[in-house]
Design a protein around this ligand. Structure first.
Ligand code: AP5
Ligand code: MG
Length: 212
């Protein structure tokens, strides 16, 4: 199954994509994680991408499309994938149309106040990328990943200015994709406007939407 997970920053794309990947047995492909790996390895594209990411701007389409095409060539993509954070512009969506037929676009809709609240408390494992929240999804031991024992950190684009800019970019460049996929008849929406719903509870609802 080929699924795109679409939604604003903090909507739970990473959290739920990882769980969907385990249940559906297809890889979780996060454009943000691929870009951050390139930044930390200081590849040519990573060095170019960093200046955009730090400010909360979208990385130019040609860089992201190049990295994603390379990832799709890997053999684990043959039976499908969960795409987290890609496509994020109409140009990216049209490129993707040329290489894959998408079954479902899962739109995680949340209000802006909830996005800001969640991002302010998020920490991520440096090693396995597991996502936690200091308020709602706490690790068993402070600063240490439950899954692999790796170090938890706050992302560099988590400053209030960068969060605001990421949300602006989302509204301007990514929101038009909702209409694009609605018109194709493959959009399914999960709406959440509560800050105290356990992740697992939301995930079970998401799973039934995906399977409906
Ligand atoms: P990316 O890494 O994709 O970040 P993002 O879009 O800003 O989204 P986030 O990762 O911040 O949020 P999320 O929806 O994954 O939420 P999460 O699951 O962590 O992109 C980073 C940058 O890379 C971009 O700004 C851009 O520069 C560049 N980039 C990436 N892709 C690109 C592309 N295609 N084109 C151009 N540039 C691109 O959850 C948030 C928090 O909520 C967590 O702490 C979680 O634990 C918590 N939480 C609490 N309760 C719940 C609940 N009930 N359900 C879900 N989560 C919950
Ligand atoms: Mg994410």
């Amino acid at each position: 199954m080929k699924i795109i997970v679409l939604g604003p920053q903090g909507s739970g794309k990473g959290t739920h994509s990882s769980k969907l990947s385990n249940v559906l047995n297809v890889p979780h492909i996060s454009s943000g994680d691929i870009l951050r790996d390139n930044v930390s390895k200081q590849t040519e594209l990573g060095i170019k991408a960093k200046e955009y990411m730090d400010k909360g701007d979208l990385v130019p389409d040609e860089i992201v499309i190049q990295l994603m095409k390379k990832r799709f060539e890997e053999s684990d993509c043959n039976d499908g994938f969960i795409l987290d954070g890609f496509p994020r512009t109409l140009e990216q969506a049209k490129e993707l149309d040329k290489i894959a037929e998408i079954d479902i676009v899962l739109y995680l809709e949340i209000p802006e106040w909830l996005a800001i609240e969640r991002l302010g408390n998020r920490v991520v494992c440096k090693n396995c990328k597991e996502i936690y929240n200091l308020k709602s999804v706490r690790p068993k031991q402070d600063g240490i990943c439950d899954e692999c024992g790796g170090e938890l950190y706050q992302r560099e684009d988590e400053t209030p200015e960068a969060i605001k800019q990421r949300l602006n970019e989302y509204k301007e460049k990514t929101e038009p994709l909702i209409e694009y996929y609605k018109n194709k008849g493959i959009l399914k929406t999960f709406f959440c406007d509560k800050d105290n719903v356990p992740v697992e509870e939301n995930f079970q609802k998401i799973l039934s939407i995906v399977r409906s």
